[in-house]
Design a protein around this ligand. Structure first.
Ligand SMILES: Nc1ccn([C@H]2C[C@H](O)[C@@H](COP(=O)(O)O)O2)c(=O)n1
Ligand SMILES: [Zn+2]
Length: 190
């Protein structure tokens, strides 16, 4: 609980005000910080993914903190989630391997940007970008990457991704949220 102090009518007397959620001005203090908001948006977007093992979400933000693109991993438009495989099949090269078909979250976000230029923007993604998405990130002008997980970081394609990002000077940083949990009550009315 935050403890605020203000000078009362008697200038020597200090009045203590207990407040948990607002400042003296009345402003809420427990509002969502920008970075948490953008990563939470990426996480929310990942909830749309049908991938049973890894759901990824991505959110692109401009210099004015406006969200300009969002995406999650899924099959291309009109490739049915009920017909294409969501497993990895017998091996990497099998037609039954989802990776033959899935569009990654970061790629979908870039493709969903609706013609908005992405030069100078930041990418918030729940998983570190692979080499293919990194090529798109570089070409689209994204300048900074915040990621939550790097669970495949040792794999060759992710090492290639880092090599490209380092070469072109795109910064990447693991995101540490300021709050662990955000509750969303879809039934909420004010
Ligand atoms: N940066 C990334 C990495 C992977 N994805 C997608 C591709 C798959 O749908 C899933 C990974 O599946 P797993 O190998 O864990 O079974 O995540 C992505 O969108 N962005
Ligand atoms: Zn990718």
């Amino acid at each position: 609980m935050a403890k605020l102090q203000k000078l009362s009518g008697n200038e020597n007397e200090i009045e203590s005000i207990e407040s948990s959620t607002s400042t003296y001005s009345g402003k809420r203090t427990d509002y969502l910080q920008w970075d948490d908001y953008f990563m939470a948006t990426a996480i929310l977007s990942s909830k749309r993914s049908k991938d049973p093992s890894t759901q990824v979400g991505a959110c692109v933000v401009d210099n004015h903190n406006r969200i300009v693109a969002i995406g999650y991993n899924g099959f291309p438009r009109n490739c049915s989630d009920d017909e294409f495989p969501w497993s990895k099949g017998p091996d990497k090269k099998s037609l039954e391997n989802k990776n033959m078909y899935v569009v990654h979250a970061e790629a979908n976000a870039i493709l969903n940007s609706n013609g908005t230029r992405l030069d100078g923007t930041r990418l918030y993604t729940t998983l570190f970008p692979c080499n293919e998405c990194t090529k798109l990130i570089i070409q689209s002008g994204i300048r900074e990457i915040y990621y939550l997980s790097d669970k495949y970081g040792d794999k060759l394609i992710y090492r290639a991704a880092r090599r490209m990002l380092d070469a072109v000077g795109i910064g990447y940083r693991q995101f540490i949220p300021t709050q662990k949990q955000i509750m969303i009550n879809l039934d909420e009315t004010n």
